[in-house]
Design a protein. Structure first.
Length: 512
């Protein structure tokens, strides 16, 4: 994940001073080269993560900037944050995606896969109720006016394209788009024509624009949140294919909704699976090493043929995409989430099984620059206050976090040893847990009444975790135990069943 806009530009008016240098592609490559098995592809963000309003390359219709007041140790100042780099395009300092992609294309054999937020500048995933739901996470959002000037500018531009993109839709304005494309249920069906217009605009004016500009640099795509409501997958695929040349057959993946197990969910639209695990921070958060994610591996082993899922005569390569962090894809944390021997063994086992079955695997480590605004690589906050007196090493900003690189070196080194026969594969099918079958479910009379076997299954993967009880503890995902006895060990109805089975009614008490 690479920060979008003018994040890396060094200018007195920019929010992050002292970084007016090309993105350090060579230093990033050196980190990748340190891995015992050389990666065959790398996924670069063309959008700034899942935010469809910010981009790492200039775009002619995405140019909104906003003034911010920075309160920092050396005194307050105004700074400008922009939707895209300030340009010009295809220059090393002002076009981050171009610089990275062209450097890797010219100096390595690593394929460049593009990450893009399917919601586009209309933010149809995060802002499906314009100005009401999560819209205030939009770039340039003005809470006083209850609007985002950047989104307003995009909707106004889309309205001018309506005769071209949707000839039958008349009298289209930014206001009519807000009223009819957003002010409905997220899962409304059929798709309202105004939302369909926004889908077409994203495919034809954003995706196709970048596919055309960088057609020889892009070797594939990974689209996030590609729901029927946030985008039209066929529009996106057609836009890419229409560019021709190299873009006529690059692989495309769409990630959305049902994630586990893997399957060819979009025959004729996808070429490989998104591979996204269960949500890290959903209603029931799931760490990446959870056994609830193992069915992704199992599906490649048992449902795919030589790694490919086939549906309606179309094939999709089984691909798994996991973060090195525990509870966040991109925030810098002090240690990777796979932080004990059991979890690391599981990572090696899963990678080996996926590889042996013909599948593909991607890791997502955080960048140093994701949270280093205050020059503190250990910050867990997305945008801590900027200390304008700190001296920034721009080469550190563009690299992967070193702690996570070390983690990858270790587990990939062990995977190589397994493949070379120098290490025995650890914990084959480590998620297989025998089920105890007590005559009745434990009651909540005390915190010690649940037999040990009822605590044997750990949703998080720890072999012998402490026994946490308490409904409040559970609902904030502190209770990570899903009871291991007949009828409960699947975790399918975890919220209610685990409360009873693991005596969670002993409110806010930690069992001995």
């Amino acid at each position: 994940r690479i920060q979008g806009g003018n994040y890396y530009e060094g200018d007195a008016k920019n929010i992050f001073p002292g970084v007016a240098f090309p993105y350090p592609a060579a230093e990033l490559y050196a980190q990748l080269s340190s891995l015992p098995i050389m990666p065959k592809w790398i996924i670069f963000g063309l959008s700034a993560g899942a935010d469809g309003l910010e981009y790492t390359s200039p775009h002619p219709n995405l140019t909104t900037c906003k003034e911010y007041l920075i309160e920092a140790g050396g005194g307050d100042r105004n700074a400008t944050l922009c939707q895209t780099p300030t340009g010009p395009k295809k220059t090393s300092v002002y076009d981050n995606f171009y610089h990275l992609a062209s450097w890797f294309k010219n100096n390595t054999d690593i394929k460049v896969i593009v990450y893009m937020a399917s919601e586009g500048p209309a933010k149809l995933h995060h802002c499906y109720h314009y100005g009401i739901e999560a819209c205030n996470d939009a770039f340039d959002w003005d809470e006083t006016a209850n609007e985002a000037p950047a989104m307003e500018a995009w909707l106004t531009k889309v309205a001018t394209w309506a005769p071209e993109l949707t000839p039958g839709l008349v009298s289209v304005t930014a206001t009519s788009l807000k009223q009819n494309a957003y002010s409905i249920r997220y899962d409304a069906y059929p798709i309202p024509p105004e939302r369909d217009l926004l889908h077409k605009a994203y495919a034809e004016k954003v995706v196709k624009y970048f596919a055309t500009e960088y057609k020889d640099l892009i070797d594939g795509y990974w689209f996030d949140h590609a729901t029927n409501q946030a985008c039209n997958r066929q529009y996106i695929r057609d836009a890419i294919r229409s560019v021709g040349g190299h873009q006529a057959d690059v692989p495309i993946a769409f990630q959305h909704n049902t994630k586990v197990p893997l399957d060819n969910r979009h025959p004729g639209e996808e070429d490989y699976t998104g591979g996204h695990p269960n949500p890290l921070r959903g209603d029931q958060p799931t760490p990446p090493y959870s056994c609830q994610n193992e069915p992704m591996v199992e599906s490649i082993e048992t449902q795919a043929t030589n790694g490919y899922f086939e549906a309606s005569g179309e094939k999709s390569l089984g691909h798994i995409f996991l973060p090195t962090n525990k509870a966040s894809w991109n925030r810098l944390l002090r240690l990777p989430g796979w932080d004990n021997q059991n979890r690391q063994d599981k990572a090696i086992e899963w990678m080996h099984r996926a590889k042996q079955a013909g599948g593909a695997w991607s890791w997502n480590p955080p960048m140093m620059s994701n949270n280093i605004n205050d020059c503190d690589g250990d910050s867990v906050y997305e945008k801590p206050q900027v200390n304008i007196n700190c001296t920034l090493d721009y080469k550190a900003w563009g690299k992967l976090d070193e702690v996570h690189v070390t983690f990858l070196q270790e587990i990939i080194g062990r995977l190589k040893d397994v493949l070379d026969g120098d290490e025995i594969l650890p914990g084959t099918h480590s998620c297989d847990v025998p089920s105890a079958s007590p005559t009745a479910a434990p009651t909540a009379a005390s915190c010690t009444n649940a037999v040990d076997s009822c605590w044997g299954y750990d949703k998080g993967g720890t072999i012998d975790p402490p026994k946490y009880c308490g409904s409040n503890y559970f609902e904030t995902n502190k209770l990570t135990k899903c009871c291991n006895f007949s009828g409960y060990n699947s975790c399918t109805s975890q919220m209610e069943l685990a409360k009873v089975a693991c005596c969670a009614q002993c409110a806010e008490v930690t069992c001995p």
